[in-house]
Design a protein around this ligand. Structure first.
Ligand code: NAD
Length: 478
């Protein structure tokens, strides 16, 4: 028996959870359930995180969490429980299989069978944002080596375990050479450990276009958080419906399983909702807890039900479907089909003991880190970069010199273009000469002088090299 934490959620949540649990029980799943309350009720009771502290204890003790969709009330400072759960529990891998069920569910892509593996904890989703000048707001994009290594390794291990042939990586490293560059570099490093699996990299824009147009060209696709968020919805939608897809959120210790859709409040309480998305999440959960035989039985019964045309309203189509049913009737039909296999759709055969939890990340030896300079960001409402340069050069000390000024990344001094539009947010790069050692104290002195001269410095970024490799980007046009 495995103890599983279950949250019934909001809107259609309770109905689809009830249907899912009935199917699991009838299939002989060896699970014991601890029910917790999350979502709207908890939010409106004044808890802005949507979950009570005691519920965290249960989730952390059981380590396996099956969650129905919840409603996040608009405004009022309510935090998304989904994002909090992923980050609190370190659920770094979001795995979303998107397979078409043609001709039983209509899709333009009958041969599609893609698994999107999305990094789940970092990237722009760190949510660190600051307004720095009248005109400019910044959001920090954080990409870490452990984050990249864990997700890329997960994608390859998943591909190997599932007998898949290829892992594709999407990044935008032609522009973000440091952050996306690291993701791509780690992908290249780790792919070498999996010679049995094909690997390729696409720039995300053309990769996304190809995925939307010819999804059968892809197998497993791994990507940073933001691209994964967008493209996993695209993949689920073009496979047939977002209502049919489930997802797994996997960490080193805990895992959470869910449908990808929301709580569809307008459909709630009417026995209308399709429980398939949550059921798909539950099937991934059964595989995760080593009950692959039960997972297989449920999935084949579900495929048979879809194939027989027993459809809820969202996928019902005249001429293809045979019966339009409600949530409960759909679940009853899946239960009746337990032990049967689909005739046209490919039945599944899961490897036994398919739990896939990777070893804990081991931190690498620290690199030799050398401070080479500093970018000082300045709030200045002028328009002529040469004027700013003249003022800023007064800050120069000893051999620490102004080497360039950029505006929104593009170099505007020296040798800028008069056509370049400039905001009030300027980056002034100072670098130490070859015979000068750059120090933190030198930066502080630089800022002190700037302050005395009335220059509005808003932040600094230190420029480092790591093991001799430059750890910062050049100015565009530099
Ligand atoms: P939604 O996914 O709830 O609904 C979008 C559309 O899809 C609706 O028209 C609905 O009728 C249909 N639909 C969704 N699931 C269905 C199902 N199982 N069967 C049949 N039809 C289904 O998205 P939304 O309307 O943007 O969001 C509603 C609420 O859900 C919001 O409060 C949002 O914050 C929340 N939400 C929660 C999660 C989650 O808990 N994981 C995810 C997304 C959205």
């Amino acid at each position: 028996m495995t103890r599983v934490t279950v949250a019934y959620g909001d809107g259609i949540g309770p109905e689809i959870m009830e249907a899912t649990l009935q199917i699991l029980k009838a299939a002989g799943a060896k699970i014991e359930i601890d029910k917790i309350d999350v979502g709207e009720k908890v939010y409106l009771a004044g808890n802005t995180s949507g979950i009570a502290p005691e519920s965290w204890d249960i989730i952390r003790r059981n380590k396996v969490f099956l969650k129905a969709p919840i409603t996040t009330p608009q405004g009022g400072g309510y935090k998304s429980l989904n994002v909090t759960t992923r980050k609190f529990l370190g659920l770094y891998a979001n795995v979303r299989p998107c397979k078409s069920l043609f001709p039983f569910v209509s899709t333009k892509h009958p041969k599609m069978d893609v698994v999107v593996v999305r990094e789940n904890e970092e990237d722009l989703y760190a949510g660190i944002e600051h307004q720095q000048t009248d005109e400019v707001i910044q959001c920090l994009k954080l990409i870490s080596r452990p984050g990249c290594e864990k997700i890329v390794r997960y994608a390859f291990e998943y591909a190997r375990q599932q007998g898949r042939k290829k892992v594709t990586c999407f990044t935008k490293d032609n522009i973000m050479k440091q952050t996306d560059g690291l993701f791509h570099r780690v992908f290249d490093e780790i792919s070498k450990e999996y010679p049995d699996i094909e690997n390729e990299h696409w720039i995300v824009d053309i990769g996304a276009a190809k995925l939307a147009d010819t999804p059968e060209a892809f197998d497993v696709v791994v990507m940073p958080n933001l691209y994964g968020d967008v493209l996993s919805d695209v993949a689920a939608q073009i496979a047939g419906s977002v209502g049919l897809a489930g997802s797994a959120n996997i960490g080193e210790e805990c895992a959470m399983f869910e449908a990808i859709h929301g709580s569809a409040p307008r459909r709630a309480g009417q026995n209308l909702a399709n429980p398939s998305g949550l059921l798909q999440g539950a099937i991934m959960m059964l595989n995760h807890i080593g009950q692959a035989d039960v997972a297989e039985k449920v999935q084949n019964a579900w495929l048979k039900t879809i194939e027989d045309g027993i459809h809820t309203y969202d996928i019902y189509k005249e001429g293809v479907s045979t019966d339009k049913v409600g949530t409960k009737e759909f679940a009853q039909t899946v239960i009746k089909n337990l032990g049967k296999k689909p005739a046209s759709l490919q039945p599944v055969e899961y490897a036994k003991n398919t739990s896939l939890v990777l070893p804990k990340y081991k931190r690498a030896k620290p690199a030799i880190k050398v401070l080479e300079g500093v970018d000082v960001f300045v709030h200045w409402a002028g328009t002529k970069p040469s004027e700013l340069a003249e003022r800023i050069k007064k800050v120069e000390t000893n051999d620490i010199r102004l080497s360039m000024i950029t505006n929104r990344g593009i170099k505007v001094w020296p040798d800028g273009f008069s056509e370049t539009f400039c905001t009030d947010h300027w980056r002034c790069r100072f670098k130490a000469g070859p015979d000068t050692k750059m120090t933190k104290l030198a930066i502080i002195q630089l800022l002190t002088v700037a302050d005395k001269l009335g220059i509005d410095t808003i932040k600094t970024e230190n420029l480092y090299s790591f093991n001799g490799q430059q750890g910062y980007s050049m100015g565009q046009g530099q």
